[in-house]
Design a protein around this ligand. Structure first.
Ligand code: HEC
Length: 248
């Protein structure tokens, strides 16, 4: 049974929501499930592009939405303690999990680029189903389901900024990217901030070997898909995944 004092406190919190710390509307499991669903929809809708041979047959069963997501889940569970998600309204935990899941999706998308771009007869056809595009399609779908914005952003390098206007950092993202680019910042550590009506979070992403064909050298030459090579080296910060989680 609740104590009279506890009951009084509950009543006060009920009529004065400002006394209660603002929270996300749903628990972590719900948000993560919605992002996974968004990924599944994007993968399914793009099967024709990424996985169907010219004769209409499936060219690579490992690239069906189901198999792709199985691998994404493996990467996700490796980086995030998924047992904490159900019932949790921690904005930091939820934001970090969402960034981690999108990151795992991007990573797997990078890994299967050769399979996506190779036809059944062995010929190559660049499909433009690359990590940044996959990530943006999933994030747009997720935003429409949940009101949570996830963005891939960057400070760029040298004379090169973000490749597209929608990836340009806002003031908070610029400050956060600068912070995680600092010499003493722990690798992979994100930065979060509770604001009155939203929680903002940014997770750094780094250049790996697989990124160099499009973001590496020679600097300033044409990259695949019509942008310029920025001259990145492995291990450098390329940018971040930014999450804006509404709080009520
Ligand atoms: C096949 C070419 C290709 C590969 C490989 C590739 N990228 Fe990109 N990347 C692009 C293109 C093209 C864009 C612009 C996407 C758009 O139009 O939304 C982009 C955009 C980005 C962005 C968003 C910021 C911006 O400049 O617009 C980030 C962050 C990023 N890439 C990181 C990476 C990382 C990290 C890797 C390796 C894990 C990687 N990319 C691998 C082609 C590539």
């Amino acid at each position: 049974m609740k104590s009279p004092l506890g009951l009084l406190l509950c009543m006060l919190l009920g009529v004065m929501p400002s006394l209660r710390a603002a929270q996300p509307q749903h628990d972590g499991q719900w948000y993560v499930d919605q992002l996974r669903l968004s990924m599944s929809e994007i993968l399914t809708e793009n099967q024709g592009l990424i996985n169907t041979a010219p004769d209409g047959s499936i060219k690579n069963p490992a690239l069906t939405a189901e198999m792709f997501l199985k691998e994404v889940q493996r990467g996700f569970a490796h980086n995030v303690d998924v047992t904490q998600l159900a019932g949790s309204r921690s904005p930091e935990l939820i934001s970090a999990a969402l960034a981690g899941l999108l990151q795992a999706g991007r990573d797997h998308c990078a890994k299967v680029q050769p399979a996506i771009n190779t036809e059944k007869d062995g010929s190559t056809k660049m499909k433009k189903f690359i990590p940044a595009i996959f990530g943006r399609l999933c994030a747009d779908r997720f935003l429409s389901k949940t009101g949570v914005a996830i963005k891939q952003t960057t400070l760029g390098k040298g004379e090169f900024g973000a490749r597209n206007h929608y990836n340009k950092p806002d003031a908070w993202e610029t400050a956060s990217l600068t912070k995680v680019s600092g010499a003493n910042w722990e690798v992979d550590k994100g930065v979060g901030e509770a604001q009155p009506s939203q929680y903002r979070y940014l997770k750094p992403i780094y250049i790996k070997q697989a990124c160099l064909t499009c973001h590496g050298n020679p600097v300033g030459t044409d990259a695949p898909y019509g942008h310029k090579m920025e001259g990145y080296e492995p291990g450098e910060i390329r940018g971040g995944i930014s999450v804006s989680l509404p709080l009520k």
